[in-house]
Design a protein around this ligand. Structure first.
Ligand code: MN
Length: 496
């Protein structure tokens, strides 16, 4: 359900009429080559579309207007091959609603020492043309990504890759619909928030449906569909014998399949990109959705448990950003600690709903009592998660603004079997160390729910926060508490 190749980034070159036809022809040729180069670069997951050189305020205004309404345009890459007087850009930039990356590059990598003359200098002057462009965006207080270097440089391509993924995640949020079944868990603070402000700021809407509306759809699922999906479960997972066809709990597996099919149909019919549920409002549902939430997330849907719509939306955005990359993105909760000073760890998990996309090996499909909610035992996938660099991200509602909080972590492969733990789990060490990392997270107001990512870096999320225009706080290798506390205080003033 996510295909980044549908998205376009428009490559726009600024110049002016001053230079005459011949120079402008060369500008156009060079721009086309760069746009083609970026479009065919393996690192860049979206289409890069060449647009004719803009040379006047009218042309600039018009391309910005066109970009705003183009359905598949997720952002602009702007480059000033020559000198493009930046007052020409004011009108266009004022109305531009798409993210913008300022590519500070030049067509040639090297100076042609033997042949360089004033004609060459007049054509290849982005070193100062781009400064003029940079000034006006700074003067207008516009967020943008600035990438510096030759357009074939691997690091430059990687930065464009990262930004275009962030822009795709942002584009996906605009007009996105998320459904909540029930409210949030009673008395819980951090999963609350201002849904009106979120729609204004982030572009997605969150609306509630009675769980009975879902139950109605679930009850319309045919026996044949249920049998087929139950068979798929048996094929894809190590299903415990009691749940298999002929086993004494097979009806529970069929019930779980029925819930997944109903949820899937409800999401498709309503054009939703994610959902939340809560164990406190399951009226008419036989089980709390377990395997259903795990598998729907793996298909690309956002999910948040206990009514956590902010995390559901974030999971969706991060799935879009990470599309096609190795590794996955999952709803996550900091669950319990291993405080051994020699090897301190966080165990991340949830009651059920960890996305299958981060599983290592074939997940086991099991059934166990839940202990809360008072419903039948839910079916769930149980698995471990590979070691390696990862991160946790959380959107916090600070009352006057949203904060995107990220903690870089190092996941470690499990050294123990955990035979009695009936849920998917991850072990990680937060950066810079467990005490500083957790203190920083708590001081920043980060939730216990996060989106855990194996394939995004903090740079993706920083670019995303810049595009969204929200506060971004990173807890990483360089974090020290004193500095972080100051940063939070200063941000308080900045966002006042
Ligand atoms: Mn939870």
């Amino acid at each position: 359900m996510i295909n980044l190749k549908e998205y376009e980034v428009w490559f726009i070159t600024g110049s002016q009429h001053l230079y005459g036809e011949e120079t402008l022809k060369q500008v156009a040729e060079h721009s086309q080559q760069i746009a083609r180069g970026l479009d065919s670069a393996k690192q860049i997951p979206v289409k890069v579309v060449f647009k004719p050189t803009v040379k006047s305020p009218e042309e600039i205004y018009s391309i910005c207007q066109e970009a705003n309404t183009a359905k598949n345009c997720i952002g602009l890459i702007a480059w000033m091959h020559t000198f493009s007087p930046a007052k020409m850009w004011i009108g266009g930039l004022k109305i531009l609603q798409k993210p913008i990356l300022h590519l500070h590059t030049q067509f040639n990598r090297d100076i042609p020492w033997d042949s360089i003359d004033m004609d060459f200098m007049n054509l290849n002057q982005s070193a100062h043309g781009d400064r003029e462009f940079g000034f006006i965006m700074t003067r207008m207080r516009l967020n943008r990504k600035v990438v510096v270097g030759h357009w074939q440089d691997a690091e430059v391509l990687e930065q464009i890759n990262t930004w275009s993924r962030a822009a795709a995640g942002w584009h996906d949020w605009q007009g996105a619909r998320f459904v909540r079944f029930g409210d949030n868990m009673r008395y819980v603070a951090v999963t609350e928030g201002d849904k009106v402000e979120a729609e204004l700021k982030f572009g997605y809407s969150v609306n509630t449906y009675g769980v009975g509306d879902l139950v109605k759809v679930i009850n319309e699922i045919s026996d044949k569909e249920i049998d087929n999906l139950a068979a798929e479960y048996e094929e894809q997972y190590a299903v415990v014998p009691s749940l298999r066809k002929g086993g004494d709990q097979y009806s529970s597996l069929r019930e779980a399949a029925k819930i997944e099919l109903g949820l899937s149909a409800f999401l498709k019919n309503g054009n939703f990109k994610g959902f939340t549920d809560t164990f406190e409002d399951l009226h008419g549902l036989v089980q709390l959705p377990g395997i259903a939430a795990q598998r729907l997330m793996a298909q690309g849907y956002g999910f948040g448990a206990e009514g956590d719509w902010k995390t559901a939306a974030l999971v969706r955005a991060m799935k879009v950003m990470g599309s096609g990359l190795k590794g996955g993105n999952a709803f996550m909760e900091d669950y319990t600690y291993h405080f051994d000073p020699a090897n301190p760890l966080v165990l991340g998990s949830h009651m059920l709903e960890i996305c299958e996309s981060i599983a290592v090996g074939k997940p086991k499909c099991e059934i166990h009592p839940l202990g809360i909610g008072g419903k039948a035992d839910p079916v769930r996938l149980v698995f471990n998660v590979a070691g390696g660099p990862a991160l946790n991200a959380s959107v916090v509602d600070m009352g006057n603004r949203f904060r995107l909080l990220v903690n870089e972590v190092e996941a470690v492969a499990p050294e123990h079997d955990l035979p009695k733990l009936p849920v998917a789990r991850v072990l990680w060490k937060p950066y810079p160390d467990i005490k500083t990392g957790c203190a920083a997270w708590i001081l920043s107001g980060g939730a216990h729910h996060t989106c855990y990512s194996q394939n995004l870096t903090s740079q993706h999320l920083e670019d995303f926060a810049d595009i969204a225009g929200v506060e971004y706080v990173l807890i990483g290798k360089e974090t020290n508490l004193r500095q972080l506390k100051n940063e939070l205080k200063w941000n308080e003033v900045y966002y006042r």
